[in-house]
Design a protein around this ligand. Structure first.
Ligand SMILES: Cc1cc2nc3c(=O)[nH]c(=O)nc-3n(C[C@H](O)[C@H](O)[C@H](O)COP(=O)(O)OP(=O)(O)OC[C@H]3O[C@@H](n4cnc5c(N)ncnc54)[C@H](O)[C@@H]3O)c2cc1C
Length: 457
């Protein structure tokens, strides 16, 4: 690898790596972009081009009253290459933005390969540059190769790199029906840290039947954790999907995540037949996760079956439960909000491996890491994005040192500071106000010259 400090070394030409490279060259900073394709591919990548969409061709909602749509609008205004490619290759998909995946990848590959400041090096990188002065962005994604993963682990410490994501769904606190769910901790110990959703016997049995027969997401071989039998999801007890636990017997959940002991319903004074507990996810109490509900059900089924839980009929899912192979760091312990490593500020990480989840979220982290890697080469201070933007809110989430049980996260409004004034129009009015506030902040950064590089592409 080059030790020429006027370059930024970027490892991985996925969504995050390509966006990071583009933002560097927009700042006039040359890039050496290392990508192992086409010689070697991860188990999910097949196409030789860069920024390959490994699964769906949908980039999800295009509407700004939805957090992922707003993130797209922020990136579009801020001259993101990935968004430029998406709109140039859009295919009809209703309210979502979907793309022709080949055209999308070809567009980005061509822009990157033909840019005079970008040198593409086709090789597998097995080690992070040892020279701590070299500004480097690591963006090798959820399926980072084993050798490089081991080297990252050497840098971060073994406890700070995870290879498997088994997460329960997270719901918007404002969408939980408080006339049914109440705040309390079991046996009233400590502060009232949970929202409790009670079930009668009939409600429990109906929920149980729906759960054990619900449709699971398809299982890829590489999604299986180490030690699994072929074609079978084998996870350690603490991570067992709730639907698998339920299949052990009709009462199993009543002694596990749905046990009602020590949780009398304040409306009746008695313990319900079963209780689902929701645990606070952030200090602002805007997001709650369903305790013990890590799941492999499809997203539609999660909405249908978990919507049967009393209090969650109208729940808005900010993140669905997932169980899949996912290399991600314990970023709150390691990274700053510019995606650089606290103990080595010339080393940036970007994309899904930082604990953002999704195509556009990965792009967003690549954007911030790219801008900041370039600024570091140029001798400028780090640029932290305001938390009022989805870009900044996600960066704040992955670098929040107070987070103890870090889970990867999709873009959502629960991450953003609440509005200072009440707005009319219910949830839609609130989300519109979030969008106006975020886009004003991005426009201000643009007007202040913070997002336009010395050299335009
Ligand atoms: C199977 C699967 C399906 C997914 N489906 C969706 C979905 O439908 N929607 C969604 O929003 N998100 C999805 N995700 C999550 C995530 O958004 C995508 O993985 C996204 O592509 C992440 O972007 P990235 O830039 O971080 O990584 P990637 O896009 O994976 O890019 C990483 C790049 O680094 C390269 N690389 C890896 N190791 C090395 C190395 N050692 N040296 C050199 N190059 C290396 C890879 O070849 C790749 O080109 C999915 C993830 C997986 C694994």
């Amino acid at each position: 690898m080059s030790t020429d400090m006027r370059y930024v070394e970027i490892i991985g030409a996925g969504l995050a790596g390509c966006e990071a490279a583009w933002q560097c060259v927009r700042h006039g900073v040359p890039v050496r972009l290392h990508e192992m394709k086409p010689e070697k591919t991860t188990p999910a990548h097949r196409y030789p081009g860069f920024a390959e969409l490994v699964c769906s061709n949908s980039l999800r909602s295009g509407q700004i009253f939805n957090a992922i749509g707003l993130l797209k609008a922020e990136l579009t205004r801020a001259h993101s290459l990935i968004m430029e490619a998406a709109y140039a290759n859009e295919v009809p998909a209703g309210a979502a933005l979907a793309v022709d995946r080949k055209g999308f990848s070809d567009y980005i590959t061509d822009k990157i390969r033909s840019h005079p400041l970008i040198t593409v090096i086709e090789e597998e990188v097995t080690q992070i540059p040892t020279d701590t002065e070299t500004v480097t962005v690591v963006a090798t994604g959820p399926l980072t190769t084993d050798t490089l993963s081991r080297d990252i682990m050497r840098l971060t410490g073994a406890d700070y790199l995870h290879f498997y994501d088994a997460a329960a769904p997270i719901v918007d606190a404002a969408s939980v029906d408080r006339s049914i769910a109440w705040e309390a901790s079991r046996y009233d110990k400590g502060e009232a840290a949970y929202l409790n959703c009670p079930m009668t016997k009939e409600e429990y049995l109906a929920f149980y039947e729906a759960l054990v027969s619900a449709k699971e997401a398809p299982l890829h071989a590489f999604d299986l954790p180490d030690g699994s039998e072929e074609g079978k999801l084998t996870v350690f007890e603490g991570c067992m999907p709730v639907e698998v636990m339920a299949r052990r017997g009709v009462d199993t959940l009543l002694y596990g995540p749905l046990k009602p002991v020590g949780l009398p319903d304040p409306r009746t004074g008695r313990e319900p037949y079963a209780v689902v507990q929701l645990r606070q996810e952030n200090t602002e109490k805007t997001m709650y996760n369903l305790v013990g509900f890590q799941t492999h059900l499809t997203w539609d089924e999660q909405r249908r079956v978990f919507g049967m839980i009393p209090g969650l009929a109208q729940a808005e899912f900010l993140r669905y439960g997932v169980m899949h192979r996912n290399t991600f760091m314990n970023s709150p312990k390691l990274l700053s909000a510019d995606y650089s490593m606290r103990t080595r500020p010339s080393l940036f990480f970007a994309g899904q491996m930082t604990g953002v989840e999704g195509y556009i979220e990965s792009t967003g982290s690549g954007y911030i890491a790219g801008v900041n890697a370039a600024r570091r080469v140029l001798g400028l201070d780090p640029l932290y994005f305001p938390r009022e933007t989805v870009l900044g809110a996600m960066a704040a989430y992955i670098s929040d040192a107070r987070v103890t049980d870090f889970q990867p996260m999709n873009a959502n409004f629960g991450l953003m500071p609440q509005l200072s004034q009440k707005v009319r129009g219910g949830k839609r009015g609130r989300n519109d106000a979030f969008a106006v506030r975020a886009l004003e902040a991005i426009d201000k950064m643009l007007a202040d010259g913070l997002l336009a590089g010395a050299q335009q592409t």
